[in-house]
Design a protein around this ligand. Structure first.
Ligand SMILES: Cc1cc2nc3c(=O)[nH]c(=O)nc-3n(C[C@H](O)[C@H](O)[C@H](O)COP(=O)(O)OP(=O)(O)OC[C@H]3O[C@@H](n4cnc5c(N)ncnc54)[C@H](O)[C@@H]3O)c2cc1C
Ligand code: SF4
Ligand code: SF4
Length: 363
């Protein structure tokens, strides 16, 4: 494995030096919920009191502290076959929720919402941490009922610190906590599962999203300056960014105008497909009412098969002609990231970096 020298302090001081000061925080929320001295201010995370603990949990949970991917992958998948581009998976589908209401509220096919609802109905989870509210006012939500999960459907393209509510779920005695998260949050979840001190073993299901970047909240001020109203729904198709205003009017903004609001940390993000999740869900980039669904763990497989068997979701064979496009997008992202100087948090097994940086058929 590649190793990097890290700061002697791997507590709050290390978090400040290696993650917060260089602007690498992904606003996942993991450290915020755990430590009363770490707070969010809008989309900024700050340590409000100096803490002398040298080997802090806050540091170990962070998806931007040194991340031993080989260890985390083994903790999730044991010895299952590993695909360095797409991550470990048992199957790929196009999928959508069967229920029309879920589809109409969902971002694309509503698969995330349908699976989270089904997991709760089946007792696999007793609560779910999600990102609720409208895109311009997105907030973390702790859902203990199906209604709350349904209300939180839809993508918010800013970084919502969902994991800040994990400890609240623990305090409220939830035993089987489900999380819907961006890939950086999924990595934090798997680090949390290593930590008995924070009851990480209560994480019962991790539904990961595809995510190539997120936006800073400044994008909404930019929209206001353009004279646009509050955004009630947002999508990022290939040709620009679609904003639906609260009055129902839809506006397309060229991607180039939005690009300055992409968060810097996303440019250093090695995992666009939530490789450590039980299942990962993204768009199809072809059919707006459908999702791409990547099934990864045995738990994810059982959930998807059961949901399909009772008609909660509909599955279609993933079209093989789409696979090179998906692989190429991920390959190129990983390649760009591994060439950056701020990639030092990424600990990969021997040879993995060479697949992307030294060449390979998928360039
Ligand atoms: C910041 C971001 C970037 C993304 N980029 C891509 C991409 O490049 N390519 C791609 O194919 N897909 C991307 N996605 C995923 C895509 O937007 C959909 O979330 C995914 O396809 C699931 O669709 P669905 O219809 O099943 O979602 P739904 O059923 O509507 O469920 C969406 C779930 O995501 C949760 N959620 C919404 N916003 C956030 C957030 N900011 N952080 C954490 N959880 C959130 C909601 O609470 C809800 O549970 C991105 C998502 C986000 C949040
Ligand atoms: S744990 Fe999450 S919120 Fe805390 S510093 Fe790291 S990335 Fe930011
Ligand atoms: S690109 Fe990476 S760091 Fe940025 S929000 Fe998505 S998963 Fe998190």
């Amino acid at each position: 494995m590649e190793t990097f020298t890290k700061d002697a302090s791997s507590g709050a001081a290390g978090l400040r030096k290696e993650v917060l000061n260089p602007g690498l925080c992904t606003v996942c929320g993991a450290c915020v919920g755990y430590c009363p001295y770490i707070k969010t201010f809008g989309e900024q995370v700050a340590i409000i009191h100096d803490c002398k603990v040298c080997d802090g949990v806050c540091y170990r949970l962070c998806p931007r502290s040194f991340t031993d991917y080989e260890m985390l992958r083994h903790s999730v998948f044991e010895d299952a076959d590993f695909d360095p581009v797409l991550g470990t998976h048992t199957s790929l589908y196009f999928a959508r929720a069967k229920e029309a209401e879920i589809r109409s509220r969902g971002q694309y096919g509503g698969v995330v919402t349908a699976l989270a609802l089904f997991a709760m109905q089946q007792g696999l989870i007793d609560c779910a941490l999600v990102a609720g509210g409208v895109p311009s006012g997105a907030q973390p939500f702790l859902c203990s009922s199906s209604e709350h999960i349904l209300e939180s459907a839809g993508s918010k393209y800013t970084a919502v610190p969902t994991l800040s509510l994990f400890q609240e779920a623990v305090r409220n005695d939830f035993q089987r906590i489900g999380v819907v998260g961006r890939p950086c949050q999924v990595t934090a979840c798997r680090k949390m599962q290593q930590e008995k001190e924070i009851n990480g073993q209560r994480l019962a299901l991790v539904i990961g999203l595809f995510c190539f970047w997120s936006l800073s909240a400044g994008v909404y001020s930019f929209l206001k300056e353009k004279g646009l109203g509050n955004c009630s729904r947002m999508d990022i198709p290939k040709d620009g960014v679609d904003f639906r205003q609260e009055n129902g009017e839809q506006i397309k903004i060229p991607l180039e105008e939005i690009r300055p609001y992409i968060k810097d940390t996303c440019l250093a993000c090695y995992d666009p497909l939530s490789e450590l999740a039980d299942v990962s869900v993204g768009s199809t980039e072809q059919y707006p009412g459908w999702n791409t669904l990547v099934v990864r763990t045995q738990k994810g497989k059982q959930l998807v098969e059961a949901a399909s068997a009772v008609g909660v979701i509909e599955l279609q064979t993933y079209p093989l002609e789409r696979l090179p496009l998906l692989r190429q997008a991920v390959f190129q992202k990983k390649q760009r990231v591994l060439k950056r100087p701020d990639r030092s948090y990424i600990g990969l097994p021997a040879g993995e970096k060479d697949i992307f940086v030294e060449g390979g058929e998928e360039q």
